[in-house]
Design a protein around this ligand. Structure first.
Ligand SMILES: C[S@@+](CC[C@H](N)C(=O)[O-])C[C@H]1O[C@@H](n2cnc3c(N)ncnc32)[C@H](O)[C@@H]1O
Length: 247
């Protein structure tokens, strides 16, 4: 998975470096005026946002439950002596501390939480921010998640990738559940040499803009705005995602 995060051939686990560079420029310009602000990067993966913000002089804490990602990010921060620390753990459980100016939760990861867990993470984040602090969530749009659930049955073959390093065939089933407003993708991976089947599933919670605003306001944020992308109004668009800016 770490290799997939760092790959410059696709944007499946993390985006490619040039896109992240562009987004970090907008994030710093929009929310981190001056040097030495404190940033909390939730579900940070290998720290591609936190490390860049630390290079700009901001003090960053990244949290992720992937050991390989946290090891990589910690090694990078150490090698460059950056003001950046990484905690291995589940964002629903670990303590964040306090005094952050900005908290990030990017690349649609908010939508993988059940609503009660999403609300828990938002409340914990609000408590970790200074007065006037910002939480920027890059989330899937309501329509994008409905569209995921409507894709039906698809398949692909791969020489190795996100779910297996070995050659495999992947059968995918996309489902929409109107009652819970969730889309689920079920993956059935068939190993090309052993025919062993491994199953994975991924569920995305859909929210309308009204739902996002209500959740954030109920969690103690005073204002909620939306921006089209983390690259700012003139940067590259991110179809199917939007940025929720809660202050
Ligand atoms: C799509 S990746 C994005 C990583 C990073 N934000 C980026 O854009 O490069 C999502 C990350 O969320 C992490 N993650 C998902 N659920 C988590 C949880 N409950 N606690 C901590 N990390 C979590 C995964 O391990 C993965 O690294």
């Amino acid at each position: 998975m770490l290799a997939e995060h760092l790959s410059q051939a696709h944007d499946a686990a993390s985006r490619r470096a040039d896109r992240i560079d562009e987004q970090v420029e907008w994030i710093a310009r929009s929310f981190l005026t001056g040097r030495d602000r404190r940033v909390l990067d939730l579900c940070c993966g290998p720290g591609l946002y936190a490390l860049r913000l630390a290079r700009k002089g901001h003090t960053c804490l990244g949290v992720d439950y992937s050991p390989a990602s946290i090891r990589f990010a910690t090694e990078m921060a150490g090698a460059e002596r950056l003001p950046c620390q990484f905690t291995l753990g589940d964002v629903r459980e670990v303590a964040f501390g306090s005094g952050f100016d900005l908290a990030l939760l990017v690349f649609g990861e908010f939508n993988v939480f059940r609503p009660r867990d999403g609300e828990l993470v938002v409340r914990k984040t609000r408590d970790a921010l200074v007065a006037g602090g910002v939480m920027a969530i890059e989330a899937h749009t309501e329509e994008a998640i409905r569209e995921i659930g409507a894709r039906g049955l698809t398949w692909y073959s791969s020489a190795g990738g996100l779910f297996s390093e070995r050659p495999h065939l992947c059968l995918r089933e996309h489902l929409w559940d109107a009652a819970s407003a969730t889309a689920t993708i079920r993956y059935f991976l068939i190993d090309s040499s052993t025919a062993k089947v491994t199953r994975f599933a991924q569920t995305f919670q859909s929210y309308s803009r009204k739902d996002y605003a209500a959740l954030l306001q109920a969690s103690g944020f005073a204002s909620v705005e939306f921006a089209p992308s983390l690259a700012g109004p003139t940067g590259a668009a991110e179809p199917g995602m939007e940025v929720i800016i809660a202050r």
